[in-house]
Each structure stands twice: as structure tokens, then as C-alpha cells.
Write a protein that binds this ligand. Structure first.
Ligand SMILES: Nc1ncnc2c1ncn2[C@@H]1O[C@H](COP(=O)(O)OP(=O)(O)OP(=O)(O)O)[C@@H](O)[C@H]1O
Ligand SMILES: [Mg+2]
Length: 339
């Protein structure tokens, strides 16, 4: 038996390789995958790409395919905006998965795919921390970002999901902006960059190689309908409060959030009296960078907050207990408590 060891190992290796190939073929056949064209070119062009896992589970039966085209001599940095829950992360991961599948010799979940070889995929997705090793959430985010900036070459594919979210708005936006510029100018790789900083979408006016895309959603009363379809151009809104409502955040908190949002977006004084305008947006959804718009408080700030909170509240959806909490909150606001 010991004498056969070498042959047995070789046989096991062959069987393992056949097993992988057979499994990939089975998956491709069952799920309607297509054979990708892997080329030495500089484009990644995917028509009707799908996320192989999301299409089978979370969105089984109603997955919306999307096209992606990154090209070193065309659009190489895509800035992707769109509401929470729209499908930004799904799209970026599906592109990365399709590239990995193609380069390992598998068929891919798409109608057509041309994959210009990449040397590596570098990604930063999702918030995590490592408190046991002395690293906070933002520290982990920045360490991963640093590794990406050091490791990426012109031939890499970089996937950045919401860089800069773990710190203050100004710091986060500034870092996200600088990282995007560095990837585009110094590294020159193909990259997908999802962000909620609408201000970043201005970058596309700097160079033809930077393009804005957004995942579509439509408003329907207080609700938001996710179409999951990628469109050219930046998104106009985030719908964060609408998504918080879907998730079951209490109505009184939502009403207060809507009021604060309206105050921030109009550039008026906050309940605490500070004149902070985090981001002004015009009707067409274009971002503005005048971050310190002057405030014009017409009524005392605590009264303005009460009025706006009341205006934003949806009485039909207010549970009795939430109504009581709301009254307590309004009284607190009038007393100058600010919460
Ligand atoms: N193309 C699609 N077709 C159908 N459903 C989708 C599609 N893309 C995403 N979804 C569904 O929407 C959910 C949210 O998607 P995803 O996490 O990609 O959103 P997101 O835009 O990254 O949101 P956030 O801004 O909160 O990170 C997925 O879990 C999936 O169920
Ligand atoms: Mg996401």
C-alpha cells in the first residue's frame, strides 16, 4: 500500500480537479451561465450579469440583471450611488465574482461576458472591527484601504464599498474623494466605487474616464420601490429614512429624523442653535460643495423643530404608544432639551 502512495495521491488530485470541473459544469447548466471570453485586452464588459448567490436566494425568481463595462481606455472608474437597499453592493460583488469565475475557467452568470485579464481583485466591503487586536471599525477600514492603495496596479480590479463611512462626514468625504482621485490618476486601474457621498459624483466632470451610475428607485408615497436597475447618471437621493421605516424603526423616531433631515438640507439652524449644513442638494439632485451655507432662523429653533416634527409625522401610521412618546418628545423640544 505504501508503495502505491504516489499513484494514489496523483489519482486523488485528478479526481479532485474533475470534481471541481463537474460541479462548475453542473452549476453552469442548471443556472443558465454563459462561456466568457477571457482576453488579454483591457475591458471588462458584462451584459445582463447576475449575482450567483443573490439570484438563487434573497431575490430568487425576480433578480434584475445589469450591464457593466469598465475599460482602461474608456470609463475605468464607476462611481455608483443610489438608495440604501438598491443593490450597489450586490452589483459590485457580482462583477468581482464573474471575473473570478471567468479567470478560474468557469462559465459565468451573464448573457455575455468579455473579461480582460486582471492581476488581482482588491476589495473593501462592509463594516467590521477587530477590537480584540486593538483596531476600531474605522481603523480596520483605513488599514484595508491602505493595503488596496499599496497593492493595486493598472491591471487590478478594485471594489470599494462606501469608503469613509466610519468617521465624520467631512473627514469621510475628504478621504473618499482623495482615494478615488488616487485610484484614477496614480494607479489607473479599473474600479467600482459605491458611495453615499453625493458630492463625489462631481468627480466625473473632471475626466471622461470617471462615470456616474446609480441604481434606480422610485418614491411611492412614504415608501420607496427598488427597481435594482443600473442607470447612467448620479442618484438624486438616499431614501435612508424610508429604509429605516421598512426596517421597523418607530414612527416617532422617523418623524424626528425627517425633521432634522429637512433642517440640514435647507441649511437652517439645528435645534441646538448650530448652523450646520452638512449637504445642500438642489432640486435636480446635483451636489453642492458649499458646506457652510448661512442660516436664517425665522422662528426660535426649538419651536421650528416642533413644527417640523409635527409636519413630518404620519398620523395614520402612529401607534398609540408612539403618539405618547411623540408628545413627550415635543414637550422636551420646547423645553430646549433638543431630543
Ligand atoms: N439586481 C437585483 N435584483 C433583485 N434584487 C436585488 C438586486 N440587487 C440587490 N437586490 C436585493 O436588494 C438587497 C440589498 O442589496 P444591496 O445590499 O446590494 O444594497 P445597497 O445598495 O448596497 O444598500 P446600502 O446602501 O444599504 O449598502 C439584496 O440583499 C437583494 O435582496
Ligand atoms: Mg451596500
Amino acid at each position: 500500500m505504501a508503495k502505491a502512495e504516489g499513484r494514489l495521491r496523483a489519482l486523488a488530485r485528478k479526481l479532485a480537479a474533475w470534481d471541481v470541473a463537474a460541479a462548475l459544469a453542473d452549476v453552469a447548466h442548471r443556472n443558465d451561465y454563459v462561456r466568457p471570453h477571457v482576453t488579454a485586452g483591457e475591458a471588462i464588459a458584462i451584459r445582463d450579469g447576475r449575482h450567483p448567490v443573490v439570484e438563487r436566494y434573497a431575490a430568487a425568481g425576480h433578480f434584475v440583471p445589469n450591464d457593466t463595462r469598465l475599460d482602461l481606455s474608456g470609463e475605468r472608474l464607476w462611481l455608483i450611488t443610489g438608495p440604501n437597499m438598491a443593490g450597489k453592493s450586490t452589483l459590485m460583488r457580482q462583477v468581482a465574482l464573474i471575473v473570478v469565475l471567468a479567470q478560474m475557467g468557469s462559465y459565468v452568470p451573464a448573457r455575455e461576458a468579455e473579461i480582460g485579464l486582471i492581476d488581482r481583485i482588491l476589495s473593501r466591503v462592509g463594516a467590521s472591527d477587530n477590537v480584540a487586536r486593538g483596531e476600531s471599525t474605522f481603523m480596520v477600514e483605513m488599514r484595508e484601504t491602505a493595503e488596496i492603495l499599496r497593492g493595486a496596479t493598472r491591471r487590478s480590479l478594485v471594489i470599494l464599498d462606501e469608503i469613509g463611512r466610519g468617521t465624520s462626514t467631512y473627514d469621510g468625504l475628504a478621504i473618499a474623494w482623495a482615494v478615488a482621485e488616487h485610484l484614477f490618476e496614480a494607479v489607473g486601474c479599473r474600479a467600482l466605487f459605491a458611495t453615499h457621498y453625493h458630492e463625489l459624483t462631481e468627480l466625473s466632470s473632471r475626466a471622461p474616464g470617471i462615470a456616474n451610475y446609480s441604481v434606480a428607485a422610485r418614491e411611492h408615497g412614504d415608501d420607496v420601490i427598488f427597481l435594482h436597475k443600473l442607470e447612467a447618471g448620479p442618484a438624486s437621493r438616499s431614501y435612508g429614512v424610508a429604509v429605516a421605516r421598512l426596517a421597523g424603526v418607530p414612527e416617532s423616531v422617523l418623524a424626528r429624523a425627517r425633521a432634522i433631515l429637512a433642517t440640514l438640507e435647507s441649511g437652517a439652524a439645528l435645534p441646538g442653535g448650530k448652523h450646520a449644513s452638512l449637504r445642500g442638494r438642489n432640486r435636480a439632485g446635483a451636489a453642492q460643495l458649499d458646506l457652510f451655507a448661512p442660516a436664517q432662523p425665522a422662528v426660535p429653533p426649538e419651536q421650528a423643530a416642533v413644527i417640523e416634527t409635527l409636519r413630518a409625522v404620519d398620523v395614520d401610521r402612529l401607534a398609540p404608544l408612539d403618539a405618547l412618546r411623540l408628545v413627550a418628545k415635543l414637550k422636551g423640544l420646547l423645553a430646549g432639551g433638543g431630543r
